[in-house]
Each structure stands twice: as structure tokens, then as C-alpha cells.
Design a protein around this ligand. Structure first.
Ligand code: NAD
Ligand code: TYD
Length: 376
């Protein structure tokens, strides 16, 4: 972006989670004169350590708190003179939404409503160009595609199938309504499956990396033929930058990775990368000391692949048509699935100190609930 831009003052909700923390690092590097305030409730998915490297920087502040807490949000918007909300905070995992949907309704719907209401009271209607409410959403709101269906565009009708995607669909509708009703300068992005550093161990790619490293089975749901369009998180952050700076208020932009892959093919690719990198990669314990990672417990890794009972209501295929953001805002993804998987496996190999503590008692309990009933 141009050097002549005025500094912004951002509130990043969910900034201690996977995409949010990548975004905060990206933004603080790209725009050191901007103020970045993170509001995050530090649920099981939030990790304060994701942002530790920014502690002490003058332009960065972390606030532990809930987006549903209206007085806290009001106070932050006012005290920090926020002009831009980048809203990532959410309950984000479909499998958890099947077990316990209530938190999804609370955070994704009530939380988004709370932020919208607070921003509506806060923004200056006389200067609409100075404000922005970016709502980060998902392609899952569009439902499931058959193999030969055209990819989702921004006008594909909503047809969510899980409590997660239904709650995100509801939040998208609220954001849309606040633009149409109150003129609030909102932007919505619907992106495909992200992957990369700092992703919580229970999502597909980190789960496969970590299970390979600890010699646990690699559970593939159903027949493994479900298709996702994988987006490297660094590409996603660049897309959000472009949308914040050049997006037209009230508009929606689809963001995809141009990487449609069947789950089983993705897991096989991951296993190959793991076989290739695992014995040679350095594990960093801290900044000064390094040690070689242990040999893989099972080699080749794909011996660990195990087909398990399918997820209920499992969407067959997601695919994003990202022509609008390409033609109108000039963004395209640059990281191929091969390059992205290589980077991601390398990250999990060298950050055992990050993921090991996350395999807590709570995580084991979650794992037992989801996978034991699936047959492993
Ligand atoms: P994540 O689960 O890794 O992180 C969510 C963050 O939100 C965590 O830090 C958590 O502590 C915080 N949070 C949860 N409830 C909160 C509350 N009530 N108040 C404040 N903070 C709260 O999620 P992610 O994968 O980083 O996803 C970020 C956003 O992107 C979500 O809105 C998600 O729907 C969307 N999205 C994610 C993907 C993906 O592949 N990960 C794909 C499409 C869209
Ligand atoms: P996930 O990372 O949960 O994202 P989403 O369901 O939001 O797309 O899962 C990605 C795909 O991988 C999805 O089709 C479900 C499948 N999957 C497995 O086959 N095994 C697993 O253990 C997990 C977590 C997911």
C-alpha cells in the first residue's frame, strides 16, 4: 500500500487465534505506525504466546476479554479511538459445533451483534471513509458442492449445513444489514480453508503433522473424497490488507487458494513432505539451543492413515471463485499447495515447544469424544 496512507487504529478481535495472530504479525510488520489492539477471550483456541514477540512494542496492546462484553468493547473503541475493526473472533471448528453448538451462537452471532452495535454508536457518520468494519467469514456459508458444480461466487445463495456455518451465515447477514440499514462501512470476506503456522492442533493439517510426529493414527473421515480449497494463511492476510484498503463498503469478497484437493490426496502429500523433512529438520528449543527432531515413530507416515466414520452432515466439496477480488482489487494467491505444505510441516517440526503443551488433558478429552466414537 502507498506510504502516504494515514495511520489506522485497529481493534483485532480473535487476534490470539490462528488467522488472527498471523494477521496481527503481518499488520505490525507492514504498518509499524498503525496502532493494533487485540481483544481475545483466550478460549481453548486462543494462545497468548502467539503474540509474545510483539509484547513491549508501543503500537501493540493485548486485552483479554469477550466480544460479547458490550461495556468493554465500548470502552476500548473510545479509549483507543478505533477506526478499523478486523473481526476474527469466533468459535471456528465444525466438529466442536456438532458436539456443543451453544458457544457458536453466543460468540459468532451475539458477539458479532455486540461489536456492530458498539461500532454503530462509535463511528463518525460525517467521515465514513475513515472507518471500516471487516468481518472475516467462511465459504462454508454457501453449503456443499457436487464434483461438477461451479465454484462459489459472492452471489451464491447461502445454504449452511453445520451449526458452525449456520452461525457464521447469521453473522454475515447481520453485518450486511448494518450496512444497508445504518450505512455502517462494513466489508465481508468469505474465505476457504486456511493452513499455516499457529493453527490449533485439532484442525486437519496440524492434526496430521502432530499425529505423524507422535506416531498416532491419521484419521480420514468417510471415504476421504471430500474436497477443500486450501489457502495459505500468509496469502489470506495479504488479501485482507487489500480488502481493508481498497474494498468498497457494503461489498463481499470471496478469498480462495486456487488449491482444490481431496482430503485423502492432501493427507498423502503431507505424509510425503513429513517423510522428506522430519529426520533432517532442526527443532528449536529456544533461540540459542537446537537439537535434531527425533526420527518419525512410523515411516513411511502414510502407514498411519486410517479411514474413520464420517462427520455427520459432512460437506462434500467447497470451491471458491475469487474472480471479484482479482479483477476489482488486484489480489491473487501466490502460495501453491506444495510450497505451503512444505512451509507448514517445517513449522510444526521446528515448533514442538509451541504445540506440545496444547495436547493438554482438555485436548485429550476432546480427541476422545470426537475420535473414539468414530472407531479409533
Ligand atoms: P481460531 O479458532 O484459531 O481462533 C479464534 C480466536 O477467537 C481465538 O483466539 C479465541 O480465543 C477467540 N475467541 C473465541 N471466542 C471469543 C469471544 N467470545 N471473545 C473474544 N475472543 C474470542 O479461528 P481461526 O481459524 O483463526 O479463524 C478466524 C476467523 O476466520 C473465524 O471467524 C473463522 O470463522 C474464519 N475462518 C477460518 C477459516 C479457517 O480455515 N481457519 C476459514 C474460513 C473462515
Ligand atoms: P477441518 O480442518 O475441520 O475444516 P472444515 O471442516 O471446516 O473444512 O477439516 C478439513 C477437512 O478434513 C474436512 O473435510 C474434514 C476432514 N477431516 C478429516 O478427514 N479428519 C480429521 O481428523 C479432521 C479434523 C478433518
Amino acid at each position: 500500500m502507498s506510504d502516504s496512507r494515514s495511520p489506522r487504529r485497529l481493534l483485532v478481535t480473535g487476534g490470539a487465534g490462528f488467522i488472527g495472530s498471523n494477521f496481527v504479525h503481518y499488520w505490525c510488520d507492514a504498518y509499524p505506525n498503525d496502532r493494533v489492539v487485540v481483544l481475545d477471550a483466550l478460549t481453548y483456541a486462543g494462545n497468548r504466546r502467539n503474540l509474545a514477540a510483539l509484547d513491549g512494542q508501543e503500537n501493540f496492546r493485548f486485552v483479554a476479554g469477550d466480544i460479547c462484553d458490550r461495556s468493554l468493547v465500548d470502552q476500548l473503541l473510545q479509549a483507543e479511538n478505533i477506526d478499523t475493526i478486523a473481526h476474527f473472533a469466533a468459535e471456528s471448528h465444525v466438529d466442536r459445533s456438532i458436539i456443543e453448538p451453544a458457544a457458536f451462537i453466543q460468540t459468532n452471532l451475539v458477539g458479532t451483534f455486540t461489536l456492530l452495535e458498539a461500532f454503530r454508536q462509535h463511528w463518525d457518520k460525517e467521515r465514513p471513509d475513515s472507518y471500516c468494519f471487516l468481518h472475516v467469514s467462511t465459504d462454508e456459508v454457501y453449503g456443499s458442492l457436487n464434483p461438477n458444480d461451479a465454484a462459489f461466487t459472492e452471489t451464491t445463495p447461502y445454504a449452511p449445513n453445520s451449526p458452525y456455518s449456520a452461525s457464521k451465515a447469521g453473522s454475515d447477514h447481520l453485518v450486511r444489514a448494518y450496512y444497508h440499514t445504518y450505512g455502517l462501512p462494513t466489508l465481508i470476506t468469505n474465505c476457504s480453508n486456511n493452513y499455516g503456522p499457529y493453527q490449533f492442533p485439532e484442525k486437519l493439517i496440524p492434526l496430521m503433522c502432530i499425529n505423524s510426529l507422535i506416531g498416532k493414527q491419521l484419521p480420514v473421515y468417510g471415504d476421504g473424497q471430500n474436497v477443500r480449497d486450501w489457502l495459505y494463511v500468509g496469502d489470506h492476510c495479504e488479501a485482507l490488507d487489500v480488502v481493508i484498503h481498497r474494498g468498497v463498503p457494503g461489498e463481499t469478497y470471496n478469498i480462495g487458494g486456487n488449491n482444490e484437493v481431496k482430503n485423502i490426496d492432501l493427507v498423502q502429500m503431507l505424509c510425503q513432505v513429513m517423510d522428506e523433512l522430519a529426520p533432517q529438520t532442526l527443532c528449536s528449543k529456544d533461540d540459542s539451543a537446537h537439537e535434531y527432531s527425533p526420527q518419525l515413530p512410523v515411516r513411511p507416515c502414510n502407514k498411519l492413515i486410517s479411514f474413520v466414520q464420517d462427520r455427520p452432515g459432512h460437506d462434500r466439496r467447497y470451491a471458491i471463485n475469487a474472480t471479484k477480488i482479482k479483477t476489482q482489487l488486484g489480489w491473487i494467491p501466490t502460495v501453491t499447495i506444495e510450497k505451503g505444505l512444505h512451509r507448514t510441516v517445517e513449522w510444526y517440526l521446528t515448533h514442538r515447544d509451541w504445540w506440545q503443551p496444547l495436547l493438554s488433558k482438555e485436548y485429550q478429552e476432546y480427541y476422545r469424544q470426537v475420535y473414539v466414537q468414530k472407531g479409533i
